[in-house]
Design a protein around this ligand. Sequence first.
Ligand code: GLU
Length: 366
Amino acid sequence: MRNFTNSKRIAIKIGTNTLSRAGKVDSAYIRSIAAQVAELIKAGRQAVLISSGAIGMGAGRIGLLEAAADIKTRQALAAIGQPLLMTEYRKAFDKLGLACGQVLLTAEVLSNRKTYLNLKNAIETLLTLGVVPILNENDCVSTAEIGTAFGDNDKLSALVASKLDADVLIILSDIDCLYDKDPRKFPDAKPVKAVYEITDEILKSAGAAGSKFSTGGMKTKIAAAQIAANAGCRIVLANGRTKNVITKIIAGSDLGTVFMPRRKLCNRLRWLLNSAPAGTITIDDGAAAAIRKKKSLLPKGIKSISGNFRPGDVVMLNSVAKAVCNFSSDELAAIIGRHSSEIKAILGSGKKDVVATPENIVFLDY
Ligand code: GLU
């Protein structure tokens, strides 16, 4: 469970509150992280850092410590803070004879197959060169409004860990571990050392977000664990301020909470599972049962559709599965409830004869 001897690729996510003190980067802390990363590399492992802190550093730099910043201001703060953050990492790694590289990304970059492959190639090359990739969201250009944001770096780190086939993702924050109930309300709350299944109870008990400049909290960490669980990647949540926390975790100490993987989906299904759907297809019970048995989705089983999508877009099937749809929403509207043999007559030739094939359908549960 806690044996990481064979874990080669390690993703480490560090939260804003962990790496800052009074609105400034805590340089000594960054140096300690860099030293532990250097140890991993020396031991033949690879490390990818996902670092928050740009917005917090930007706010500290211009003395904006109190105001709950609006989106535009947060974007501006990220532009100020990101280079400050990277300067600290660069200085720390320089001293250890290691180079680091900055990779900024948006949710769009990860869901588009071409840009995702570019990103993967760049990160793989950095790792081959022995350089430490340091990732963050490109906050200046990604906002939830235009649908390009991850929303929080917990999710980003889980997606990155999943896409890069990391063996373990360590999420460092000011949270010690998962408790069996909210420790702020119940003094008898007990730490949970290992989670094998993310139950509804766990989801319900996860509290909300942290400080004004960080977006996380237990909720986003559990969501991250769900993403990583489908990639066969273990997640360890731990308090980032524990001395030599990374070294201790990788050595097998039982700090924090470990989330065990659920299933290792192939890359394509992971991409499908983690993509934002462009619409929803509501299907009848017969079709729902058929796709569970690994049959294709046919137009006959469709009750209604919502959203505007193109052929090849990802859609939800009820609220249980995601699929790559062979038709646009307009085309689908024309063939709802019809037999597959009628598709050609209605839409013309050259069209597929099923709405989605089994290898393009993934269930949110299993
Ligand atoms: N990308 C944000 C930053 O660097 C942090 C988002 C988060 O708190 O998860 O400030």
